[in-house]
Design a protein around this ligand. Structure first.
Ligand SMILES: Nc1ncnc2c1ncn2[C@@H]1O[C@H](COP(=O)(O)OP(=O)(O)O)[C@@H](O)[C@H]1O
Ligand SMILES: [Mg+2]
Length: 318
């Protein structure tokens, strides 16, 4: 029997998404294998610390800040507890869209041209627009679920979009909008990573792009897995997801959002280190096509977490 803690809830803008995910995970976990303990990261971290000695593994179901960003991973490292997400550094790096893009570029991956701006420092709208070219997507550098993101077509709308993004973070990126097909690529493994089948995300009519409502409103988007791409392109997208995972220093699993431009180039947008975990979420859907049911996927993530921990003191921490 594995004593498994579900760490969910938390304080980020994605609290509700996390709570829904935790319910689904709890339902799908095999009770013959796991004794489940639940901790809301917003109010019950002390309880988790207190119980650490009797827990075998933590399943982190937190998205965004204080969960997906390395903070919780650091706490669990201190408590000597295995968990299924990437480690401190990879989690922190992936939470920051600017830093992720620097590392994508360094690894030879394509990522849309962008400009980072910091709250309190002056910025020149004209300069931003001339470097990125309109339309642009304005986003808080570290957020998720499209919170605070705006699509801007005209220079006179840019200031407002930047202000909105600054409500969520003190750093904002203004990124060239890439027209094309939106896809996402999951990878899974420990030493040898496997790429899952690519999923294509088709926003419903009336959604300018994949915004918060389009993401969470049932039926607002169509998700196609395996994506209907030719074999070569699909393989290239899988390679990009694997490369992004490596470039950001991730382990066990991740899901990289990409856009295939009308010219057929694959641009990396961001990498999620704790992708959504309901049976109909993107990563679980792709895992299913790969032959892993939702329950089998959870088993595998927990198994990898425990296995990684076993190696922790003989190798460089992942
Ligand atoms: N450069 C871009 N070009 C076109 N669409 C984009 C671009 N950046 C983001 N988007 C759209 O906005 C959505 C959310 O952006 P993303 O960077 O993935 O942030 P989040 O962390 O909120 O998921 C994407 O899924 C995509 O639909
Ligand atoms: Mg995204």
């Amino acid at each position: 029997m594995i004593n498994l803690a579900l760490l969910y809830g938390g304080r980020s803008a994605e609290r509700e998404v996390s709570i829904a995910g935790a319910g689904e995970v709890e339902k799908a976990l095999d009770r013959d294998k796991y004794m489940i303990f639940r901790y809301d990261a917003a109010t019950e971290l002390e309880g988790l610390v207190h119980d650490a000695h009797r827990l075998d593994c933590v399943f982190i179901l937190l998205h965004g800040r204080f969960g997906e960003d390395g903070t919780v991973q650091g706490l669990l490292d201190l408590l000597d507890l295995p968990y299924q997400s990437s480690g401190v550094l990879g989690s922190a790096v992936s939470m920051d869209k600017h830093v992720s893009k620097v590392l994508y570029r360094e690894a030879g991956l394509l990522t849309p041209v962008w400009k980072r701006i910091k709250k309190g420092l002056e910025y020149d709208l004209f300069e931003i627009v001339s470097e990125t070219a309109l339309p642009v997507v304005v986003k808080p550098s570290s957020q998720g679920s499209s919170v605070g993101i705006g699509l801007v077509h005209r220079e006179d709308e840019l200031e407002e979009a930047i202000k909105e993004a600054f409500r969520w973070d003190s750093e904002v990126i203004v990124e060239q909008y890439v027209k094309g097909r939106e896809i996402t690529g999951g990878v899974l493994g420990l030493e040898k990573m496997e790429a899952l089948p690519i999923v294509e995300i088709v926003p419903g009519e009336g959604f300018a792009f994949f915004d918060y409502e389009a993401k969470y409103k049932p039926g607002a988007t169509r998700e196609i897995c395996p994506a209907e791409l030719d074999k070569g392109l699909s393989r290239m997208a899988q390679e990009a997801a694997l490369k992004a995972h490596g470039a950001l220093g991730l382990s066990i699993y991740s899901r990289t959002d990409m856009i295939i431009s009308d010219e057929g180039d694959i641009y990396c947008i961001e990498t999620n280190t704790i992708p959504g975990m309901t049976p109909t979420s993107l990563f679980p859907q792709a895992a299913k096509v790969h032959g892993l049911s939702f329950s089998a996927l959870l088993d595998r993530l927990i198994e990898l977490a425990i296995k990684r921990k076993g190696r922790r003191y003989t190798q460089r921490p992942l």
